[in-house]
Structure formats: structure tokens, C-alpha cells
Design a protein around this ligand. Structure first.
Ligand SMILES: Nc1nc2c(ncn2[C@@H]2O[C@H](COP(=O)(O)OP(=O)(O)O)[C@@H](O)[C@H]2O)c(=O)[nH]1
Ligand SMILES: [Mg+2]
Length: 346
């Protein structure tokens, strides 16, 4: 999964990026796009790995991209290069500045930054849709449903993002090549002053997030940077002291998984214990295809064990004996924490 950090210059994107990825890229205005990979922490994988002692343990991964905003003291628009980057992300994370940044001459105004970003994305999508409708009208024919484009235009004109259109009203599979910005899952990270880390989302922002269908979290990049330098044992003590249950990276991942409606299934064995992120509602056959296309093509059945039961049983042998190992067909909907073994024949 790819999460792109976006926002205005000086909002703290690079600082957040460094704390999430453990990298040390230079902060300050401008700069290049940076990429950093983070393993998705999962205690279930830790426990399965302890049972199997596999040669390899593979966690799900997230690639964070730090996408620079435009240089300048004013809230300026996104450059073409930034837009290009944004279109490649699965989830956008808008970093909003809620701390006093001495390098900028305007005070923090996260609600204004949020509105500016949302409006910009909205206009970018509207321009694409109007161009498309214009051409369809001229040519008097189109490969795609004009009604869908009219619905999208009406939605944007009502200042609502495309992601607010329910799946039953819009066939998104035909629209992927357009890369609409307001259809991309959006989360907002309020980068606040150290003293404000345990405060809830400001009500003005929480309201806007509702109408934007976006997720949100409050963090302090400088507090997180401090946490990142500590021993794991001290980290939890420090988090508890601050009244935070989890570090930003864990909260980030939970929100992103929620927005994308992702769950995980596992494969286990002496060679590898591995987590596989999939969309909720994925069938056993499609899930097999995530592992290898041969497994999907030659799918016969899936042997399924549920993680909580397996942790009691501790071995496939016991799971079989007590009836915790079920055989499921291709249409079985994989559940979060399922341990799968695909029987196939090609
Ligand atoms: N006090 C404080 N300063 C921060 C915080 N996050 C970033 N900064 C500072 O704000 C400046 C801009 O941060 P940077 O990450 O480069 O912003 P970017 O332009 O969005 O990538 C740097 O001097 C950071 O040290 C924060 O949470 N608190
Ligand atoms: Mg930066």
C-alpha cells in the first residue's frame, strides 16, 4: 500500500515522514520526493512466527511518499509534479500545520489549509470531467456512461468529493485511468504543538472531515521524533505518560486500513510466516491470486484456520483433530486473521 504525505510547505510533512519511516531526510522547504518503507506491526504475525520459527517472517508493508508542497509563505497550489505523485498513491495523508513555525510569517490555520487543499483537488477533478463531457457532447458518443460523469460533475459542483458517491451509483472500475483526486481515500494529520498531543481533533476540522468522508488524527511530529529515538521498552512508558495509547505509525496504519477497508490473512509454515493485506469481501480464490496467479488459476480448495483458535491449538495437527481446520470453496469470503493453505492444481 502507498500512502502519500501531502500538504503545504512547512506543515511538517518531512518531519512526519522521518518519524514514520525512521529515515533522516533533510527538512526545510522544497526538496525531492522521498520514499520510505514501513513494516505493518502485527502481533499475530509475531505469535505465529514464535510457533513456526520460520526461515522468514514477512509483514505487510506500506510505502510512504513525502511529496513536497510549493515553496512560499502563501498557501500556493499544488505543482503539476506533485499532482502526478498524488495520483500514484492509494491513500492521501494531508499534513496540516497546527504549530507555530518561525520560518513562516502566517500563523497556523489548519482549517484554512484543509479547505484550500480540498478545493484545489475538487477543481482539478472538475476540470477533467468538464473536458470529458465537452468532448463526449461534440463527438455525440462516448465509451463511458455520460450519466456517471454528470453525476460526478453535480457532486463536485455541490462542493462534495467524488468519494462521497456510494459504490452502487458509480462504476469506479471504468474510471481508474482518470486518477480523480477527490475519489482517493483521504486522511488528515494535524501536526500540533507538543503540549496539544492528547487533545481531540478541533471541532471545526472534525466537521469538515465528516463532509469530506476523511479520517483524521492528531500528532506532534516533534514528540514522535523523540519517541522514535527511544528503546522499545521506554517507548511504551513514554506514550503512557503522555496519555497516548499508540505511536503515530500504528495509528496511521489503523486509519489507512480502515479507509481502504483492508484486512489481513496469513500463510504459515517452516519456510515463511507472512501477512497478506486484502480488501474485505475478497473471495478465497482471489486471495489465492495475491499469493501467486497459479494458485488462483488452479484453485481447488482453501484450508482455513481462524487465528484465535489456532493460537490455542498451536499446530495444524491439533487444529485438524479438534475440527478447527475447515475446507472452503472458491467463493468463501476471507475473514481478518484467517490462516490459509491453498490446494491447487495447474
Ligand atoms: N515545534 C514543532 N516544529 C515542527 C514540527 N514538525 C515540523 N516542525 C518544524 O517545522 C519546519 C518544517 O518542517 P518540514 O518537515 O520540513 O515541513 P515540510 O515542508 O512540510 O516538509 C522544520 O523546521 C521542522 O523542524 C512539530 O510538530 N513541532
Ligand atoms: Mg519537506
Amino acid at each position: 500500500m502507498r500512502i502519500g504525505l501531502v500538504g503545504f510547505a512547512g506543515s511538517g510533512k518531512t518531519t512526519v515522514f522521518n518519524t514514520l519511516t525512521g529515515l533522516h531526510v533533510p527538512t526545510g522547504f522544497g526538496g525531492d520526493v522521498h520514499l520510505g518503507t514501513v513494516k505493518v506491526p502485527d502481533r499475530r504475525i509475531d505469535r505465529l512466527s514464535a510457533i513456526f520459527s520460520p526461515k522468514k517472517t514477512t509483514y505487510a508493508e506500506i510505502v510512504f511518499s513525502d511529496i513536497p508542497g510549493e515553496h512560499g509563505a502563501e498557501l500556493k497550489g499544488l505543482s503539476g509534479k506533485a499532482l502526478q505523485q498524488i495520483r500514484e498513491q492509494d491513500v492521501l495523508c494531508l499534513v496540516l500545520r497546527a504549530f507555530a513555525n518561525p520560518a513562516l510569517d502566517h500563523p497556523a490555520d489548519p482549517a484554512r489549509e484543509l479547505d484550500a487543499f480540498a478545493t484545489e483537488c475538487l477543481f482539478a477533478d472538475l476540470a477533467i470531467i468538464e473536458r470529458w463531457l465537452e468532448r463526449a457532447r461534440k463527438e455525440k458518443k462516448s465509451a463511458l456512461d455520460i450519466g456517471h460523469f454528470e453525476l460526478m460533475r453535480a457532486t463536485l459542483e455541490a462542493e462534495k468529493p467524488l468519494r462521497s458517491i456510494p459504490p452502487s451509483q458509480l462504476d469506479r472500475s471504468a474510471l481508474t485511468s482518470f486518477g480523480f483526486l477527490t475519489d482517493r481515500p483521504l486522511m488528515v494529520a494535524i501536526n500540533c504543538a507538543e503540549a496539544a498531543v492528547t487533545e481531540p481533533l478541533p471541532p471545526a476540522i472534525a466537521d469538515r472531515l465528516g463532509s469530506l468522508h476523511a479520517g483524521g488524527l492528531v500528532l506532534s511530529a516533534s514528540v514522535e521524533a523523540e519517541i522514535a529515538t527511544m528503546d522499545p521498552a521506554d517507548q511504551q512508558v513514554f506514550l503512557d505518560d503522555l496519555g497516548l495509547s499508540e505511536s503515530a505509525v500504528t495509528r496511521f496504519i489503523q486509519i489507512a486500513y480502515g479507509l481502504l477497508d483492508l484486512i489481513s490473512f496469513f500463510t504459515v509454515g517452516p519456510d515463511e510466516v507472512r501477512a497478506w493485506p486484502i480488501k474485505r469481501g475478497t473471495s478465497a480464490k482471489q486471495a489465492a491470486g495475491k499469493i501467486h496467479s497459479d494458485l488462483e488459476r488452479g484453485f481447488i480448495r482453501a484450508e482455513v484456520m481462524h487465528y484465535p483458535q489456532f493460537i490455542e491449538d498451536k499446530s495444524e495437527h491439533v487444529a485438524r483433530e479438534v475440527g478447527h481446520l475447515k475446507l472452503e470453496g472458491k467463493d468463501y469470503l476471507v475473514a481478518d486473521g484467517d490462516i490459509l493453505n491453498i490446494r491447487f492444481n495447474v
